[in-house]
Design a protein around this ligand. Structure first.
Ligand SMILES: Nc1ncnc2c1ncn2[C@@H]1O[C@H](COP(=O)(O)OP(=O)(O)OP(=O)(O)O)[C@@H](O)[C@H]1O
Ligand SMILES: [Mg+2]
Length: 498
């Protein structure tokens, strides 16, 4: 008993697994078949099923109508023979009787045989000659009060309706006619052939129409697939042509094309930014090399010469003078090296943090860039951001102020850094000539002016958002918004996060 239950369980699990495999297989096949094929198979399937169903219905109706007609024809022929043969039987004119039978059989294709029996059931005349097929005379019988009786016979050559019609109410005998369905079958065969041909024709026509419509319907989809593949491989020039698309597909194609256009612009922007970074790096290196060679190198050479001269000093007085000169040179060299290292990486950023670095930079602006910059900081106590965030904000502020110095004609500018709950906000503002932001951003790639998009990109990379507000004649304000959750390491933020 237990064994049976276990075996049944195993069998059911096996069935489930096999069913799942089958379902997966079907799903995989379904996924690999294109929509075009599916629609075409559907239409052809419907046409074939409808064709077969209609043909069967038609053939059925034709068959039953013609069979009824055949029986009616048989009955009226039987009644005709019955009427004509009454006198002939009474006067025993078998010859004319035979002629009558022969005439009916040869003039009607549907009449397979005909014969007349007398009231005793003896054969008077027949289309078979004087010998009837065995048992045929007994197969059908008509009651004397009835007008006729039909008996269906299944012969080797198809269905035969045997019709018995009484002569002179049966007292003179019975006429028997065999009405064959073979002519009907021929007709049915021909009708079936033409219905089949029509179904095939309609199917071919259906396939052509389905092909055309699915082409209309799926062409934009096929194009979309091809374009998506191309975009996936990094080709942003591929577009979906809208000529074939309809309804929702037009929208889909438009959305796709816009998306690719945006991707193309972003890709171009990135390429340009990368180029700019590489060029800027190279320029920076040659500047440093120049600086080291022209200034630091010169200064060190002067120090070396000074030291040599120091060796050959004749007295203490001369030596002291030369040492003072050497100290001056060394001091200048030290300043140069400091300046150089500051431009490479502001050390104050690592040592004292963003707030201090920005403050120090703002105070250098007047001498370095020629603009007076105010610095304000609100709620930044204890905020310690990562080096990456510090450097990004520092460089963005530097670029913003360089632009202020280059283009704004401003008399004043300010840097504000503040913390609002979890949000770090940095504002660089000037009261200069301002500019049309959208215009400048849209033409930035074309004009290779990558300062503003570069600022946006850098802020995006650290998870922040850069907004530029400016209008001609209204000054410029640049905002950096950065959610500090998870970025700040101070106690206040820990409390906020929790
Ligand atoms: N503070 C500002 N006041 C007025 N115009 C500005 C200001 N900032 C930017 N612009 C305008 O926006 C343009 C684009 O600035 P952006 O920094 O992108 O390029 P750039 O400084 O000309 O070149 P790059 O920064 O790539 O060396 C500038 O050419 C200038 O016309
Ligand atoms: Mg710039």
């Amino acid at each position: 008993m237990m064994k049976n239950i276990i075996l049944q369980g195993i069998w059911q699990v096996k069935c489930l697994v096999e069913n799942e495999k089958l379902t997966n297989k079907l799903l995989r096949i379904n996924r690999n078949i294109s929509i075009r094929i599916k629609i075409m198979v559907m239409i052809v399937g419907i046409v074939i099923i409808l064709g077969i169903w209609l043909s069967m219905q038609t053939l059925d109706i034709i068959q039953s109508t013609l069979s009824d007609q055949l029986v009616k024809q048989g009955v009226s022929l039987g009644q005709y023979i019955s009427a004509r043969s009454t006198d002939l039987i009474f006067i025993n004119d078998n010859f004319t009787l035979h002629q009558l039978i022969q005439e009916i059989v040869s003039n009607n294709n549907n009449v397979r045989y005909a014969f007349i029996l007398d009231s005793e059931g003896n054969l008077l005349t027949s289309s078979f000659g004087m010998l009837l097929p065995k048992g045929l005379d007994k197969i059908n019988k008509v009651e004397y009060n009835l007008a006729y009786h039909v008996q269906t016979l299944n012969t080797e050559k198809g269905v035969v309706y045997d019709i018995a019609v009484p002569i002179f109410e049966g007292s003179a005998g019975t006429v028997r006619l065999g009405m064959s369905e073979s002519e009907i079958q021929k007709l049915l065969f021909n009708t079936t052939q033409s219905l089949l041909a029509t179904t095939i024709l309609v199917s071919v026509f259906g396939i052509l129409i389905a092909y055309f419509f699915t082409l209309l319907l799926t062409n934009p989809l096929t194009q979309l697939v091809e374009a998506a593949k191309a975009v996936g491989k990094g080709d942003f020039n591929k577009r979906v042509k809208l000529g074939w698309a309809h309804g929702e597909l037009v929208q889909l194609a438009q959305v796709f094309n816009n998306m690719v256009e945006n991707l193309k612009q972003v890709d171009q922007l990135r390429t340009n930014l990368l180029n700019k970074i590489i060029t800027a790096q190279e320029e920076e290196r040659s500047r440093i090399a120049r600086e080291l060679h022209d200034h630091t190198g010169q200064s060190l050479t002067s120090i070396m010469i000074g030291l040599k001269m120091l060796e050959s000093s004749k007295n203490m007085e001369e030596m002291k003078g030369k040492v003072a000169e050497l100290r001056k040179f060394t001091n200048t060299t030290l300043e140069e090296i400091k300046d150089l290292s500051l431009t490479l990486r502001p050390g104050v950023l690592d040592d004292l943090g963003l707030e201090a670095a920005l403050q120090s930079y703002s105070s250098e602006c007047l001498t370095k860039l020629g603009i007076d910059v105010d610095f304000h900081s609100v709620g930044m106590e204890g905020v310690k951001l990562s080096q990456e965030v510090n450097l990004t904000i520092y460089r963005v502020v530097q670029e913003a102020l360089t632009n202020v110095a280059k283009y704004s004609n401003a008399s004043e500018a300010s840097i504000i850094i503040k913390r609002n709950e979890n949000m770090l906000i940095v504002i660089v503002e000037d009261n200069g000539i301002g500019f049309n932001v959208e215009e400048k951003l849209n033409s930035s790639i074309q004009n290779k002016k990558l300062g503003l998009p570069g600022m946006q990109e850098r802020v995006n990379l650290i998870g922040g958002k850069l907004t530029i507000e400016s209008e001609p004649g209204m000054g410029t304000t640049i905002y950096i918004h950065l959610n500090m959750e998870g970025l700040v390491q101070d106690e206040k933020n820990k409390n906020l996060s929790s």
